[in-house]
Design a protein. Structure first.
Length: 763
């Protein structure tokens, strides 16, 4: 189930001189409406940054740091083990160094200490420094800050996470979420850089490259100041003089100009691997070293840890997916998976992949003795922090924001937590399932997929949360070719036609659509450039395909095979009145409408446009309400609760009860389309006898050969073999085709449910 929606600006789109109309639509969707605003958006500059002093607490923090430096006090910067915390630590470490201050950096161990301040660390650090500065943490560390001050430390908290009701009693608290700051979306390194600017002004502008890496990696909105930080930092990153970053970028294949995708998918994962698998200190040293030899050594360590991270992540994801396969995702509104031996450093990545796969908020936990440490990832519009907060009494500790969070709880509370989190998410959705959605910025024709379009789009970078890479909707195109590519055939190479214009495309992980070219499609995509043997061409990077059911041609042979593959296998279904169908569909989940005839499916599409539409199979574990055309029980998810035979009961109830053990099978009255199909397919007893004799005399490679030998239509042949199978005279399979006789017994066609049905409509 997937919703492809088209965004529309709240106000009319105003033309901007020199800017294409479709780009004006994109800018309007991002709140840009005037030529002046467009210039600022397309050309981020330092003068668009707000004065650091407008950030609450920063003036007090800067004064405390200057005073401590003047008195020769020692400082400790307490950071975090992810890219944001490491980058923030490096920013302040270098800034304090410029001030001549004696300082050190403390990065907690993810596995033994967890996120944020902890009392043992504070007590140790109090013997080594008089000033404690937190970065990317501390806003909820009330007890830990209190202990630090009891031990005589001056404490400055800088953080961007959601504060609790009680703020820590620090000497200064710096947070964009406090004091009505106009842009609350700064990451931890962004806050640290603001403090650095307050301390040293333009001398630390070069540190924007570190703030940019963190801003992109930490999934904060790339709008307002974050857009400026990212843009300025990416410019500097391309020319960085840091030996560590240069070595890392060379290893990752990042050359020349640097974009946000390269930071998010090449640089950040390697940095994060240090804290996940060993020590975040490796990443910190990589950022701050001035030795090319040491940089090369650190880079090789990071690469080794990243490879190990990938291996462990794959193992945890595989185990997590296996757990989810046994869950009831109709009843559950949130997924909680856990396992012993899981690396707590990769469970957040696993949670993210599960949440994306199932469009369901997910928590993944590493079980260590009687404690569980893990991470949560949101899905859709769910506020995962708010949902976790409803379970706060179960945790030893937790923190985070709307999209992601970390938590620790005792093992014996897992079951209670799993149920309560599901209930908390259900409160936010009103009990409805979270349906995955791709919002497209605008509609774009294949004619406009050009090199010039791609170049215009590059002006909108850097892309990220809040300013995603634009996605467009192609509303209607014919698929000329859909074929599997890649080592495992996982991906899809596409070729589309629209009003005489042809464009190629690639759909990563879309291999299941291969060969389905008998209909037109709507799809979400981004125009990209493909370079092959020196030739550059524009093509489509496809993110989602949706078949247009109305474009399917009527195919009575296909309808017959769909019906007679399963008819008469056993088991009747209870009758359901058409007026009772909306009540089943109201939940949005759990109901599967089986259609054998295209016209039946089309009528149901008009009646229930919000339902998913599938051809031949419906395997979604979430069991969203689905209209299934030409389906078979073997290719249906077991999660469905209600199976409705929409063309009438043809004796296939047991097949679906076996496929969906929790489902109730019901049938609507036999449709007019099915009546006509059965009438045209009916073969009397003499004809069936002739079919039986033909099978005894020769073998057949397919149904067409059988039809020719018996002088029957395709429909009649499928019907005949279905009846012979039902009364136990033949072993029949339609896909793949197989036909053989069973030991001879005396049987009458009148014993066949399908025969009786067809006979009644043919008379």
């Amino acid at each position: 189930m997937l919703i492809l929606s088209l965004s529309s600006p709240n106000e009319a789109v105003l033309p901007i001189p020199g800017v294409p109309g479709w780009l004006c639509e994109l800018l309007a969707a991002r709140g840009v409406r005037s030529a002046e605003e467009a210039h600022r958006f397309l050309h981020p500059a330092p003068d668009q940054l707000r004065d650091p002093k407008t950030l609450q607490g920063i003036a007090e923090a800067a004064e405390l740091i200057r005073g401590a430096a003047a008195r020769g006090k020692r400082a400790v910067i307490y950071g975090d083990y992810d890219v944001d915390g490491v980058s923030a630590s490096a920013i302040l470490w270098e800034t304090l160094g410029r001030m001549g201050m004696e300082r050190r950096v403390y990065l907690p161990d993810r596995h033994s200490e967890g996120y944020g301040l902890n009392v043992p660390a504070v007590e140790k650090l109090a013997k080594e420094a008089e000033l404690l500065i937190t970065v990317d943490c501390g806003i909820t560390s009330v007890a830990e800050v209190r202990r630090a001050r009891e031990l005589g430390m001056t404490v400055i908290v800088t953080d961007h996470h959601q504060p609790s009701l009680e703020l820590p009693d620090a000497d200064a608290v710096v947070s964009p979420l406090l004091g009505g700051y106009p842009f609350p979306g700064l990451c931890g390194a962004g806050v640290a850089w603001k403090l650095a600017l307050a301390l040293a002004g333009g001398e630390v502008m070069e540190l924007a490259e570190l703030a940019a890496i963190a801003t992109i990696a930490d999934m904060v909105p790339l709008t307002d100041e974050n857009r400026v930080i990212a843009a300025l930092g990416l410019e500097r990153l391309a020319l960085t003089k840091r030996p560590g970053l240069r070595a890392l970028m060379n290893r990752a294949g990042v050359q020349g100009s640097v974009d946000s995708d390269q930071v998010a998918f090449q640089i950040a994962p390697r940095m994060n691997a240090c804290g996940r698998m060993a020590s975040a200190r490796i990443a910190f040293d990589m950022l701050t070293t001035r030795s090319p030899a040491e940089a090369e050594k650190l880079m090789l360590q990071m690469e080794m840890l990243n490879q190990e991270r990938k291996a462990q992540e794959n193992r945890v994801v595989e185990a997590a997916m296996a757990q989810v396969a046994g869950m009831d995702l109709v009843e559950r509104h949130a997924i909680v998976v856990w396992g012993e031996g899981w690396n707590s450093g990769v469970v957040g990545l696993a949670a993210g992949k599960v949440a994306e796969q199932y469009a369901c908020p997910t928590v993944a936990l590493a079980v260590e003795g009687d404690m569980c440490v893990g991470s949560a990832r949101s899905a859709g519009a769910i506020d995962i922090y708010k949902a976790l907060n409803r379970c706060a009494d179960l945790f030893e500790r937790f923190g985070g924001h709307r999209q992601a969070a970390g938590l620790t709880l005792k093992r014996d509370r897992l079951d209670a937590f799993s149920q309560r989190l599901s209930d908390a998410v259900a409160e936010q959705t009103g009990g409805k399932p979270v349906i995955p959605e791709i919002r497209c910025d605008a509609e774009l024709s294949l004619r406009d997929v050009t090199e010039e379009t791609v170049k215009w789009l590059q002006n909108l970078e850097p892309f990220g949360m809040g300013n995603p890479a634009p996605r467009f909707l192609c509303a209607d195109a014919q698929a000329l070719s859909l074929r599997r590519v890649g080592a495992e055939g996982k991906h899809l190479k596409c070729s589309f036609s629209q009003r005489g214009i042809l464009r190629d495309g690639i759909y990563f992980s879309g291999g299941d659509w291969a060969g389905k070219t008998d209909a037109r499609f709507r799809f979400a995509f981004s125009p990209t450039l493909n370079e092959y043997r020196g030739r550059v061409s524009a093509e489509c990077r496809v993110y989602a395909l949706q078949m247009i059911p109305e474009s399917l041609p009527e195919d009575r042979n296909r309808e017959a095979v769909s019906l007679f593959s399963e008819s008469g296998l056993g088991g009747s279904a209870s009758m359901l009145a058409p007026e009772d169908l909306p009540a089943l569909m109201a939940a949005g989940q759990g109901t599967l409408l089986i259609c054998r005839c295209l016209k039946t499916a089309s009528a149901l599409r008009e009646r229930f446009p919000e339902a998913d539409f599938c051809l031949e199979e419906a395997k979604d574990a979430r069991a969203f309400n689905t209209i299934l055309l030409y389906g078979r029980a073997a290719y249906v998810s077991p999660a469905f609760r209600n199976i409705v035979l929409c063309d009438g009961d043809m004796g296939e109830g047991d097949a679906y009860r076996t496929a969906c053990p929790k489902a109730k099978a019901a049938a609507l009255p036999v449709s007019d389309h099915m009546k006509r199909l059965l009438k045209d397919a009916f073969v009397d007893q003499d004809g069936l006898r002739a079919c039986y004799v033909a099978i005894r005399k020769q073998s057949f490679r397919d149904l067409y050969a059988f039809s020719a030998a018996c002088g029957l239509t395709y429909l009649q042949s499928a019907f005949s073999l279905s009846v012979l199978r039902e009364i136990g005279l033949a072993d029949v399979s339609f896909s793949p085709f197989h036909l053989s006789l069973l030991p001879m017994v005396r049987r009458s066609p009148e014993e066949s449910f399908v025969y009786q049905r067809a006979k009644s409509f043919s008379e």
